[in-house]
Design a protein around this ligand. Structure first.
Ligand SMILES: Nc1ncnc2c1ncn2[C@@H]1O[C@H](COP(=O)(O)OP(=O)(O)O)[C@@H](O)[C@H]1O
Ligand SMILES: O=C(O)C1=C[C@@H](OP(=O)(O)O)[C@@H](O)[C@H](O)C1
Ligand SMILES: [Mg+2]
Length: 192
């Protein structure tokens, strides 16, 4: 076995692009699943624009996600997030990576279902925990036992993420491998 990563084949990229058409590919899943990192690389592979909804929210509000939660609370954040994602989905093709709670919000989920093809990066608790415990930028994890909080969120949210059009298992493999698996999953979707 070798560690060398083969570049994603042109044929796979073309199939995935054709399947996407003018739709948006929307990454959903829990904090640390790799939505932002893998989403960006997937957009580059497809040659379409990439937008991270959290970055867009921070840009328009000129506040960080943590500041928004602290100043206005989660409910207000969700309504801003819903408005921003609705706007981002108005034209395609694009890759849009959402924040972990976006797809859980009914309004946002409806927009995503109507205007996008969703891909759930599904990951086990330990994978997520190893990734998120290195940073303190996620306000929902500022609790006494953040790993337990993450586990509680998994139980509450996984049945909803499971409604996504595609599911790819996120694990500790090179991000390029994740991109390839996302493109392969996308390529199986009938063209629209
Ligand atoms: N396949 C992967 N292997 C190793 N690290 C990863 C992988 N995918 C993402 N990461 C890292 O995990 C952290 C969280 O990823 P991120 O894309 O911000 O997740 P999300 O947007 O879903 O919360 C980042 O530091 C990112 O570089
Ligand atoms: O799961 C959530 O509710 C959240 C996830 C975060 O995004 P990532 O999933 O990209 O970390 C960010 O939107 C905010 O902290 C809330
Ligand atoms: Mg993110």
């Amino acid at each position: 076995m070798s560690d060398v990563i083969e570049p994603v084949s042109e044929a796979l990229i073309e199939q995935a692009k054709a399947a996407l058409g003018r739709r948006n590919l929307v990454f959903v899943g829990l904090m640390g699943a790799g939505k932002s990192a893998v989403g960006r690389m997937t957009a580059a592979a497809l040659g379409v624009p990439f937008i991270d909804s959290d970055h867009e929210i921070e840009r328009v509000s000129r506040m960080t996600i943590s500041e928004l939660f602290a100043a206005y609370g989660e409910e207000e954040f969700r309504s801003l997030e819903a408005r921003v994602i609705k706007r981002l989905l108005q034209s395609g093709p694009r890759v849009v990576s959402t924040g972990g709670g976006a797809y859980i919000n009914e309004r946002t989920r409806k927009h995503i279902k109507r205007h996008g093809l969703s891909v759930w990066l599904n990951a086990e608790l330990d994978v997520l925990w190893e990734r998120v415990n290195k940073r303190d930028s996620r306000p929902l994890l500022k609790t006494e036992n953040p790993k337990q909080t993450l586990e509680n969120l998994m139980h509450a949210r996984y049945p909803i993420y499971a409604e996504a059009d595609l599911t790819v298992l996120s694990r500790d493999v090179k991000k390029e491998v994740m991109v390839e698996e996302v493109l392969a999953a996308l390529a199986t979707i009938p063209k629209k």
